[in-house]
Design a protein around this ligand. Structure first.
Ligand SMILES: Cc1cc2nc3c(=O)[nH]c(=O)nc-3n(C[C@H](O)[C@H](O)[C@H](O)COP(=O)(O)O)c2cc1C
Length: 369
């Protein structure tokens, strides 16, 4: 076989392997962090192979020859450059968010940025591969439609599919002490009260919880723990303040994650205010409210708390946890419910980052003081 043919075939294999690695990486909820990071390294090794194999094309592009070709070739070259830029930024952000291979690198260490870059790379890679096919295709219109569909499917997978899968299938095990305990910080003035809502304690979990709900569960030292409770525990450890859980007195949410999602949807549509155990806030000037985002707003029991207390002259600091949507409309809804309160957004934590958020919380408390 000719050297050129071997290189061409190797190039196709490298492309397919890279795309498969990218997809595997995006489904990291099933592989865990360490495999995610190792496959990340494998991806960049394949990228180097790919670049070596495409050296002639790169030379032609740098000399400007490519830009004298057809419109499709020019478009494909622009797409390739954009893809390359995104991959390099993704590589930097991978090191920034790494906890296993590069734990001490912090540059571009935002997991939101990392997820958006990964979506951009997957989508541009689909379009880039598609353009090779388009240039050779006889039926150009059909090829163009196929590329658009593939690219949009990758955008949808990155922006909605991955967060959805992550929300429904995430099971995390953590070491409680190293997540929660550490450096302390002073709170300016009178200490706040942390009020949090978490599914644990408000959900009818069966004995065999893994088999029944199997979704979005966190185990601290082998014991089932609420994600938002973990944030409240971290704040309690940092500030040395009181904390109270928003706890339902009546019917709890179903054990299955999917059923909780539908039950919450019905409640939110009906503007329901389920009964909760009373929470006394008179002794506090500030409240740190920790809540999961449910359908873009606060869980109904949190609305019950906000509407049943007097917040006149108090400040509510908001810490939302979420599966993709930032604060969504929760801040506005909280301002509407907690009459008289001064409401301040603090941070919105992506569900995957919950066990590692202590440092962010500590930095915020220090900054505030
Ligand atoms: C009923 C329900 C609705 C949710 N709606 C949203 C949403 O609209 N946007 C979002 O980013 N995450 C949403 N999530 C994901 C949660 O915010 C995320 O899982 C949570 O912050 C982590 O806590 P958990 O492990 O107790 O679920 C929803 C979760 C549930 C259970």
């Amino acid at each position: 076989m000719k050297k050129g043919t071997i290189e061409k075939r190797l190039g196709i294999v490298a492309d397919i392997v890279m795309f498969a690695l990218l997809l595997t990486q995006m489904l990291y909820v099933f592989t865990g962090n360490n495999i995610h990071e190792i496959t990340g390294i494998a991806f960049f090794v394949c990228l180097v192979v790919h670049i070596l194999l495409k050296r002639k094309w790169i030379k032609a592009m740098l000399s400007g020859k490519i830009f004298k070709g057809s419109k499709a070739q020019i478009f494909s070259a622009v797409l390739t450059c954009l893809l390359f830029l995104c991959i390099i930024t993704l590589a930097l952000s991978s090191m920034g968010v790494s906890r296993f291979i590069f734990p001490s690198i912090k540059f571009l260490g935002s997991s939101d940025l990392h997820r958006y870059l990964a979506t951009a790379v997957l989508s541009l890679a689909a379009a880039h591969g598609g353009m090779h096919f388009y240039i050779r295709a006889k039926k150009k219109k059909k090829a163009a439609v196929l590329i658009i569909v593939m690219t949009l499917a990758c955008v949808a997978l990155g922006l909605f599919g991955v967060p959805y899968i992550n929300r429904h299938f995430r099971t995390v095990s953590i070491d409680y002490s190293s997540s929660v305990h550490g450096e302390k910080a002073d709170w300016k003035g009178k200490k706040p009260l942390v009020v949090y809502f978490t599914r644990l304690g408000n959900t009818d979990f069966d004995d065999d919880v893994d088999a029944v709900s199997g979704a979005s569960l966190m185990y601290a030292d082998g014991k089932l723990t609420g994600s938002d409770q973990l944030i409240a525990d971290m704040l309690e450890d940092i500030i040395g303040c009181d904390k109270k859980a928003v706890t339902l007195t009546g019917e709890k949410y179903p054990s299955s994650y999917g059923a909780t999602v539908s039950a919450a949807s019905k409640e939110i549509k009906a503007n329901a205010r389920p009964e909760i155990e009373p929470i006394e806030i008179t002794d506090y000037d500030s409240i740190i409210l920790v809540y999961p985002l449910w359908w873009g707003t606060v869980p109904p029991p949190v609305s019950t708390f906000l509407e049943s207390s007097d917040f006149e002259g108090k400040t509510i600091y908001l810490i939302a946890t979420q599966g993709s949507s930032g604060f969504s409309s929760s801040t506005e809804d909280i301002k509407e419910s907690a009459k008289g309160a001064n409401v301040e957004e603090v941070m919105s934590i992506y569900c995957d980052d919950i066990p590692n958020s202590r440092q962010r919380l500590l930095d915020w408390v220090k900054e505030l003081s």
